[in-house]
Write a protein that binds this ligand. Structure first.
Ligand code: SF4
Length: 67
């Protein structure tokens, strides 16, 4: 299965954090953006619910990035 979130290229979280913490970002991509949790992404859920993207600091699991 090679599914990929259509938002990956413009996802604020990855744009902001990929350079700072690429290891964690890669983990999220593997799990959410291209992985088994692709339909459980809280960022996507937020965007669908409110019509705007969430804070760049919100991680795919819904927690705020801190550090
Ligand atoms: S974090 Fe969520 S919205 Fe962003 S690219 Fe990954 S799956 Fe898509």
């Amino acid at each position: 299965m090679s599914q990929e979130c259509e938002l990956l290229e413009k996802c604020g979280f990855f744009k902001k954090y990929n350079e700072i913490n690429s290891l964690a970002c890669r983990g999220f991509i593997a799990n959410y953006c291209k992985g088994p949790k692709i339909d459980q992404c809280k960022r996507k859920e937020y965007r669908n619910r409110y019509g705007v993207p969430p804070s760049d600091d919100m991680m795919p699991d819904g927690q705020m990035y801190s550090g």
